[in-house]
Design a protein around this ligand. Structure first.
Ligand code: KIV
Ligand code: NA
Length: 264
């Protein structure tokens, strides 16, 4: 069982097989996710909220992410492992992004994720040209929470939708091999999925995306605070974490998650 690569995810999209992604931050749960056949594990900066107890992702550092990448890589064998470049680790310049992405790759990540579209396309191009696969993240990008004035759905009106579409297209054109679409109208996520050739991974997006992602703690119903509309408790009716995670993978694969009530 070799580890999946971005080429495998591209093949899954081409063959119409859904990609099941979860966040993960540590070795034991990485092993459970691997056994449940999760395709990709994201060391997300959401760890700032669900592991560290902050109320945003902004305080997370590259060293924090790198520490958790090591644990997830050691605890799993098959899933693609990708890691977030946290706030203030890549926005300054492509050079800064490369330096910090390299730290995550050395820690064992196979791909880095950056929040941003048109404005970060040059950075994506710079990383891809230097051997670092990139996952883009557009729509509701939580590192911009203060610019947005809260965690609010993006791309609602015509101008907003055009902006998110342009962001996604710019990232694909710059070489991104994967893209996360967060908290945008389902119709827009479906349109973006049709327009792009790379796999799209939805969270509060559309069942038509090539795959889905959730914060693991949300899927297991152990996150503190108010739940977003797109979250479903996969522990409902299950008697073990392994069964809950398997239920998530099955629901993504058979297209029963997300249901309309999880979308905008
Ligand atoms: O940090 C994170 O968990 C994420 C996913 C929700 C996409 O970026
Ligand atoms: Na993130």
């Amino acid at each position: 069982r070799r580890r999946l690569t971005h080429l495998d995810l591209g093949r899954m999209r081409a063959e119409g097989r859904k990609i099941a992604m979860l966040t993960c931050y540590e070795a034991s749960l990485a092993g459970v996710c691997d056994a449940a056949d999760v395709d990709a594990l994201l060391i997300g900066d959401s760890l700032g909220m669900v592991v560290q107890g902050h109320d945003s992702t902004l305080p997370v550092t590259v060293a924090d992410i790198a520490y958790h990448v090591g644990a997830v890589v050691r605890g799993s064998r098959r899933p693609l492992v990708l890691a977030d470049l946290p706030f203030a680790s890549f926005q300054e310049s492509p050079q800064q992004a490369f330096r910090n992405a390299a730290t995550l790759m050395v820690a064992g990540a196979q791909m880095v994720k950056i929040e941003g579209g048109v404005d970060m396309a040059e950075t994506t191009r710079f990383l891809c040209a230097r051997g670092i696969p990139v996952c883009a993240h557009v729509g509701l990008t939580p590192q911009s929470v203060h610019q947005f004035g809260g965690y609010r759905i993006q791309g609602r009106d015509e101008d907003g939708a055009a902006r998110v579409l342009a962001d996604a297209q710019a990232q694909e054109d710059a070489g991104a091999s994967l893209i996360v679409l967060e908290a945008i109208p389902a119709a827009l996520a479906t349109l973006i999925t049709q327009r792009l050739t790379i796999p799209t991974i939805g969270i509060g997006a559309s069942v038509e995306c090539s795959g889905q992602v959730l914060v693991l703690h949300d899927a297991l119903d152990i996150s503190p605070g108010r739940k977003a509309r797109f979250v479903r408790n996969f522990m409902a009716g299950q008697s073990s974490i392994a069964a809950g995670i398997a239920a998530y993978v099955n629901a993504v694969r058979d297209g029963s998650f997300p249901a309309p009530e999880h979308c905008y």
